[in-house]
Design a binder for this molecule. Structure first.
Ligand code: C2O
Ligand code: CU
Length: 490
């Protein structure tokens, strides 16, 4: 009576079970606890260096002790009030988003090298809470602004004080590192300029922060053509900041120019280029220097979108064309070599950051997710270093998409791309454009103890698991991702 039907059914359910049980296991194994410490996440990677001994682990430092100077009166004191707000983009368009002191971008922080800065962040009305991360500024770890790693998110009605010294001149930016994939896109950011102590003088110095709000590209929060008046013959520095998730091309049209700095670091002996664009990775900055032509025409700084640009020149002048140049500058052989301060013969640790993509479960969600060294979040690397280590990291991208890789708290020099050594000026970056199929070797000195994110700055990719951490041995954090304050750095 049981007959064939019964057996067929049994066989079918066995086959289903054979499929479902391992899938169920994969699903279950992918679940990330609601609250966790990043210290317990990931796969420890010592990069060939010595392991932490039990003793070292116990005389460790808590990140909350790794602050900037707590005493002393600040040279620059700012209060930044975060709000859920409407953002006016000019030309009659506005979008809903987040502002700091009523604007997006928030106020530009203009500092002089050596300044002690005190920023009081007040959350008036951003429901998920906020933080401020000083992108590219190598601040002490407790000032880094990563919710759940270096602090708790600042909830509505709360405040948080950041204090740090502007050690390095250059162009940087700040943004929230709480629910950052949503908050940055919707306006919670601003720029930071640290001027050298002895400014060269006479140069017109301006920022061009490029951001796309709701599909509309802007310069300094304005759609369309932004004008800055400058007399013929004036020297100009434009600090271009890419606050978007994707790389863009920028250039100067109408006169030759030089790329004088990348990610806050001056290039050595940059030469003049013309009719050439430069790739600006997401999160990255380039400083472009030129002279306003003496024939009364105006210069245009392109953003990669024809109807949005910055025009610099005399009032009423005709600006240069909006067409994007065909030639692209390769920063790896631009400028002249200079000493790095170390040699690659004495590397203490070597890490790999191989980016891939594979089907699987991310916190129980089926999908095609990013992998790091073949594993999906949370099994991503925890790179462990000791203070003073010289580190080489190989970043390889086989994921089918470009990734702007951003290491917090450090600048790394680009050693090679696809096995070809860099031959130009040392290129020190905090944000590196790694296109599909590319392999970069970068080197840095571990000179800033803490626990630092090392993630893709296409911020939705970070929420999809494209992140890792760099941890100094013995450093611990009392903060947790998730938890009562719902820290959510990505
Ligand atoms: Cu600009 Cu981790 O971020
Ligand atoms: Cu990415």
């Amino acid at each position: 009576m049981a007959g064939r039907g019964h057996w067929r059914l049994l066989a079918a359910s066995a086959a289903t079970l054979a499929l479902v049980v391992p899938l169920g296991w994969l699903w279950w194994a992918s679940l990330v606890p609601d609250t966790y410490s990043v210290m317990e996440m990931g796969v420890v990677d010592l990069g060939g260096g010595p392991a932490t001994t039990g003793h070292d682990a116990h005389d460790g430092r808590d990140v909350s002790t790794l602050t900037g100077p707590r005493g002393g009166s600040p040279d620059v004191e700012v209060t930044l009030v975060a709000r859920a707000d409407a953002i006016d983009l000019g030309e009659g368009s506005a979008v809903g988003g987040y502002t700091l002191n009523g604007t997006s971008p928030g106020p530009e922080l203009r500092l002089t090298r050596g300044d002690l800065v005190e920023v009081r962040l007040v959350n008036e009305s951003v429901p998920d809470g906020v933080t401020l991360h000083w992108h590219g500024v190598d601040v002490p770890n407790a000032e880094d602004g990563v919710a759940g790693v270096t602090q708790n998110a600042v909830m509505v009605g709360e405040r948080h004080v950041y204090r740090w010294v502007a050690e390095d001149a250059g162009t940087y930016w700040y943004h929230s590192h709480q629910v950052s994939h949503e908050q940055v896109r919707r306006g919670l950011f601003g720029t930071v300029v640290v001027q050298p102590r002895s400014a060269t003088g006479g140069e017109l110095d301006m920022v061009a922060a490029i951001h796309t709000y709701d599909g509309r590209r802007t310069v300094n929060g304005r759609v369309g053509e932004s004008w800055r008046e400058a007399a013929p013959g004036s020297p100009v520095r434009v600090r271009v900041v890419n606050t978007d998730n994707a790389p863009l091309h920028t250039w100067v049209a109408g006169t030759p120019y030089r790329v004088v700095a990348v990610d806050g670091y001056d290039l050595n002996r940059p030469t003049e280029v013309e009719d050439t664009s430069v790739l600006l990775t997401a999160g990255g900055r380039v400083d472009l220097e030129f002279t306003v032509p003496s024939d009364g025409t105006a210069v245009r700084v392109g953003t990669g979108v024809a109807d949005t640009s910055l025009v610099v020149g005399p009032q009423g002048a005709t600006p240069a064309s909006t067409a994007e140049p065909e030639a692209e500058l390769d920063l790896l052989d631009y400028g002249s070599p200079a000493p790095l301060g170390f040699t690659l013969d004495d590397v203490d640790r070597r890490f790999e950051y191989r980016i891939g993509r594979s089907p699987g479960f991310l916190d129980g969600m089926p999908g095609l997710w990013w992998t790091v060294n073949g594993e999906m979040f949370p099994d991503v690397p925890m790179y462990v270093v000791r203070e003073g280590d010289l580190v080489v990291m190989t970043i390889r991208n086989d994921s089918g998409d470009v990734h702007p890789m951003h290491l917090h708290g450090h600048h790394a020099v680009v050693v090679s791309r696809d096995g070809e050594p860099a031959t130009g000026s040392p290129l020190w970056v905090d944000s590196l454009n790694v296109a599909d199929g590319e392999t970069y070797e970068i080197a840095f000195v571990a000179d800033n103890p803490g626990i630092w994110m090392d993630h893709c700055h296409n911020l939705p990719h970070a929420t999809e698991g494209l992140l890792a951490h760099l941890m100094y041995e013995g450093v611990t954090t009392p903060y947790e991702v998730g938890g009562e304050v719902e820290n959510s750095p990505e």
